[in-house]
Design a protein around this ligand. Structure first.
Ligand code: C2E
Ligand code: MG
Ligand code: MG
Ligand code: MG
Length: 291
């Protein structure tokens, strides 16, 4: 009887399938207006070179403050938006925001890159590389300062469509990164075939490293595999000093995570940057150093 009561209590808090579909439908139908009315913004999270303290650039991460549902996680609305043509507008919005930031930093003597997450649909769109080239010209940003993060499942969904798009993006000179590496199943074999420059170790392994020897072994082997293929290896989900130290010992190239900073709104990121910018002696350029 007690079990049944608690079961009912739990059920009362679980949204029904109908509610889930309704909310998803609302998110998709409201997204266009949300983009146009400023409810959707971009947050920036720094990436730092290891073993040093130099900030290399940022990852651009979308946010939506919904008038009824409040702050929405991209894991909730991005998949819904990805199922529609609206994902083109989302990617363009994030790419434009990020390129405007990169241009602004360059104008202040700061050479920082920005990474934008792509969805499966972008990779299946043969017009996408032209839009990227146009955006780079419009913002007058060197291609090397833009990177795209793609997931394994995004590429493997339709490899025969994604590969030509990836090759053209690569030919433009933008950096390509495989995101959430280690969570798929065809990892090793296909990584060699892709025109990518960077591999990002999935945060689940990096977060587990302190307590799970298996996770530690996975991280170490991705670092070695990445380097043997000539790739830059990035660890996401770096939350603790111990993880950072282990990554340095393994030879990992770049760290991203709450230890360095959470993703920050544009204003808060600018303040974070200003507090850490130092002028290199005898140089015009400036450098951002973390603690
Ligand atoms: P992702 O590309 O793997 O981004 C990293 C996620 O890990 C971000 O979550 C970030 O806030 C979180 N994170 C960073 N450091 C730490 C850490 O130290 N500890 C923990 N526990 N988490 C950390 P976020 O911003 O919620 O984004 C989730 C996912 O949504 C992203 O995963 C990406 O796949 C997708 N996403 C975000 N922005 C965009 C976008 O503009 N377009 C597309 N297509 N997808 C996006
Ligand atoms: Mg990413
Ligand atoms: Mg990731
Ligand atoms: Mg992810």
């Amino acid at each position: 009887r007690a079990a049944r009561t608690s079961g009912d209590a739990v059920r009362a808090y679980l949204p029904s399938m109908g509610q889930i579909f309704l909310r998803r439908f609302q998110l998709v139908t409201q997204f266009r207006q949300a983009l146009d009315s400023g409810q959707v913004t971009v947050h920036y999270q720094p990436k730092v070179a290891l073993p040093g303290r130099e900030v290399l650039g940022v990852e651009a991460l979308v946010r939506w403050v919904h008038p009824e549902f409040g702050r929405l996680d991209p894991d909730e609305f991005v998949p819904a938006v990805e199922a529609t043509g609206l994902v083109d507008a989302l990617t363009s919005f994030v790419m434009d925001s990020a390129l405007a930031k990169v241009r602004g930093w360059l104008d202040r003597g700061l050479r920082l890159s920005a990474a934008v997450n792509l969805s499966v649909r972008n990779l299946a769109d043969e017009t996408f590389p032209d839009r990227v080239a146009e955006a780079l010209r419009r913002h007058d940003v060197p291609p090397r300062l833009l990177s795209f993060e793609l997931t394994e499942s995004g590429v493997m969904a339709e490899p025969e469509r994604a590969l030509p798009v990836l090759r053209r993006l690569h030919a433009l000179g933008v950096v390509l990164a495989v995101d959430d590496f280690g969570t798929g199943y065809s990892s090793l074999a296909y990584l060699r075939q892709l025109p990518v420059d960077e591999v990002k170790i999935d945060k689940s392994f990096v977060l587990g490293m302190g307590t799970d020897l298996g996770d530690m072994a996975v991280v170490r082997s991705i670092v070695e595999l990445g380097h043997s293929l000539g790739l830059i290896v990035v660890a996401e989900g770096v939350e603790e000093d111990a993880a950072r130290d282990q990554l340095i010992e393994m030879g990992c190239d770049v760290a991203q995570g709450y230890l360095i900073s959470r993703p920050l709104s544009e204003d808060r990121f600018e303040a974070w940057l200003r507090a850490r910018t130092v002028r290199a002696r005898g140089r015009r350029d400036e450098t951002v150093l973390t603690l």
